[in-house]
Design a binder for this molecule. Structure first.
Ligand code: ADP
Ligand code: MG
Length: 644
């Protein structure tokens, strides 16, 4: 049967060239199961280096090391972690307990990595603490325990997985003489119970308690009292190695994540705030974008979805209508004859000042035919619209929009029959239109005055060509056919020249939707940027967390955590931040949207942005947490343990 532990000509060299330190220099040592060995030497003689190699925390630079006949250099990081988990229990001079966990939880850590379920873990850790005389201290944090008690917790932790070998590096170094004595007795008891004890110390009187003393000096063994007990290995209690389930590991990681986030509550809140702002911005911005789009579409539809607009000038020209003389009243008359057309209203507009009594008001005056009322489907508030007869007579009558009537007269009803001067011509007010409010782009539709087209041409505009023709169709579904018919009619009338342009409300809707989509994209990308900034915050805090907790990572690795366990722990922490931030952000974003909605803004709340933002927050936790987690997982256990 191979020896439990066997070193052959092992060396460990730090640095190179002039800075080279041979911490271990050709050490050969065999330790059998059940021995109680003290390794003694002055400070700097290489004891801790030896212990790190024995405990598979570090690899030798030369020679070979076998545990139960297995060559260590052939093992990968996870296999080494497995060996530490099942074979070695570490007791350090500075205890190395996790400050945020209770004594009992500290004892449980190695069992978590061994895949032992929670109840069994708790029972066993309580048992161990009981045996070590601190059964009533399990729920205390390490800072609430004395040095001797903390070291007992560390011993209990070392025993948690029934480790065959207890490796203790200067375990009495920080203890008073009473506690030292108790600890040494505890080690003796463990030895009697069958465990292999390797005790490292610079103190000869401590070393004297062991059955075998190996002295080391300048990295070389200078004396060895020789092997003592030999016991057959089968007296040892062997724990079947379990593979921990991924789910159990994850739920442990979530628990630890909450604990460590709780330990830095203020910092956690600030990191969360970053994610929350990003997520709530996405949710609220998209609700606003969507809402304003819906509103615009709705108000375009109130304009009438059954209208075709003909304007003079070729499509794309930006010249004002007044400069182009291509549309005529005859065009309108012919358009009115087309199939599916209810009315074709020619119009000429201009900006004019209206005067009544002492008041002046500048507005748009439209010369239109009586068919305007039918085309626009616009009711009257007071009086009547002008008639075909007024049109033929070139009567000086005017119909006022609500805004104009309110500006010129005390009340709308009183305006009927009064006179309004446009230029030097008095016009009798025949009616006032019902109020319609503003268009989607904020133009007041009621800021208008209408006169018969013939009168307008003669008395106001002094021209006989049109600024537009509005065509109302009967069946809005056939609007494109009607548009095509109108186009060929006009083309024929204009000698094949496209000196007009035709649009329908549907195409206006389309272009408005395009603008609105661009607007939503803009809002969305601003929100997405703040989400990324939140993610960078997560990464930053995770990196800080990794460097702050390097020693904790070292302890976890020494007690058997694989790289994947460490990786999972930090990834989970970032994921928890992302998830909590996402959830809070969605709630706040919805709250803000609702508040804006009640204050009168048009908001559309749909589930998509919330789902999108929440999953982005989770993704951000994963992505931005990955780098710090990998950094943690790749730490060298020895270096991590040595960090402050
Ligand atoms: P001991 O535990 O007996 O006090 P160590 O094993 O810690 O001694 O150190 C042995 C020698 O190796 C010392 O000279 C120390 O300075 C050196 N040493 C230990 N660790 C490192 C390291 N990471 N880099 C360089 N030199 C080291
Ligand atoms: Mg040391």
């Amino acid at each position: 049967m191979p020896a439990l532990i066997s070193l052959e000509n092992v060396s460990r060299v730090y640095g190179s060239g002039d800075a080279e330190v041979r911490a271990l220099d050709g050490v050969s040592l065999t330790i059998d199961a059940g021995e109680f060995v003290a390794i003694v030497g002055q400070s700097g003689s290489g004891k801790s280096t030896l212990m790190n190699i024995l405990g598979c925390l570090d690899r030798p630079t030369g020679g070979s090391y076998h545990v139960r006949g297995i060559e260590i250099s052939s093992l990968g990081p996870d296999q080494l972690a497995g060996l530490r988990r099942e074979t070695f229990g570490f007791v350090f001079q500075r205890y190395n307990l996790l400050a945020t966990a209770s004594a009992a939880e500290n004892v449980e850590i190695p069992a978590i990595y061994a895949g032992i379920d929670r109840t069994e873990r708790q029972v066993r850790s309580q048992e161990l603490l009981q045996k070590l005389g601190i059964g009533d201290r399990g729920h205390h944090k390490p800072s609430e325990l004395s040095g001797g008690q903390q070291q007992r917790v560390a011993v209990a932790r070392a025993l948690m997985n029934d480790a065959e070998i207890i490796l203790a590096d200067e375990p009495t170094g920080a203890l008073d003489s009473g506690s030292s004595e108790e600890l040494l007795r505890l080690l003796e008891d463990l030895h009697k119970a069958g465990r292999t004890i390797i005790l490292i110390t610079h103190d000869q009187s401590v070393a004297a308690r062991a059955k075998r003393v190996v002295e080391i000096k300048d990295g070389k063994i200078v004396s060895d009292t020789g092997a003592t007990t030999k016991r057959s290995e089968n007296t040892l209690y062997e724990r079947a190695s379990q593979e921990s389930s991924a789910w159990m590991q994850f739920s442990e990681a979530v628990k630890m994540a909450f604990r460590s986030l709780h330990a830095n509550l203020f910092r956690t809140s600030l990191t969360l705030l970053g994610v929350v702002i990003g997520v709530s911005a996405v949710v609220a911005m998209l609700a606003i974008g969507e809402g304003s789009q819906k509103q615009v579409v709705a108000s375009i539809e109130t304009m009438g979805a059954n209208l075709l607009f003909v304007r003079p000038g070729a499509p794309g020209t930006r010249i004002r209508g007044s400069a182009i003389a291509t549309l005529t009243e005859e065009d309108a008359a012919q358009l009115a004859e087309l199939e599916n057309v209810i009315a074709a209203v020619p119009s000429r507009s201009g900006s004019e000042t209206l005067r009544a009594g002492g008041a002046d008001y500048k507005t748009t005056v439209d010369g239109v035919t009586p068919a305007w009322v039918i085309a626009k489907n616009w009711p009257m508030a007071h009086g009547t619209f002008f008639t075909d007869e007024d049109e033929t007579r070139r009567a000086a009558v005017v119909v006022l929009g609500a805004t104009v009537a309110d500006s010129l007269f005390d009340n709308q009803a009183a305006a009927i029959g009064e006179y309004v001067f446009i230029g030097s011509t008095p016009f009798e007010v025949g009616g006032v239109l019902a109020a319609k409010g503003a268009t989607a782009w904020g133009q007041d539709m009621d800021d208008i005055a209408l006169v018969p087209l013939s009168t307008g041409m003669m008395r106001i505009f002094g021209q006989n060509y049109l600024s537009s023709i509005t065509v109302a169709v009967e069946d809005a579904k056939k609007i494109s056919e009607t548009e095509a018919a109108a186009e060929s009619l006009l083309l024929a009338r204009h000698g094949g020249v496209v000196d007009f342009n035709l649009r329908n409300t549907a195409s206006i809707l389309e272009s408005v939707e395009e603008t609105q989509n661009a607007f939503s994209m803009l809002l969305g990308s601003v929100a997405a940027i703040s989400l990324i900034v939140g993610g960078i915050g997560v990464m930053n805090i995770m990196l800080v967390s990794v460097s702050e907790r390097t020693r904790e990572i070292g302890v976890r690795m020494a007690t058997g955590a694989r790289r994947s366990d460490i990786m999972m722990q930090f990834n989970t922490e970032a994921l928890v931040v992302g998830g909590m931030g996402g959830l809070l952000g969605v709630l706040i974003g919805l709250g803000v949207s609702l508040a804006l909605a009640t204050s009168g803004m048009s908001i559309a709340i749909t589930p998509t942005p919330a789902i999108l933002a929440f999953s982005s927050a989770l993704a951000i936790g994963l992505i931005f947490g990955f780098m710090p987690a990998r950094k943690a997982a790749r730490l060298d256990p020895v270096i991590a343990l040595a960090s402050e």
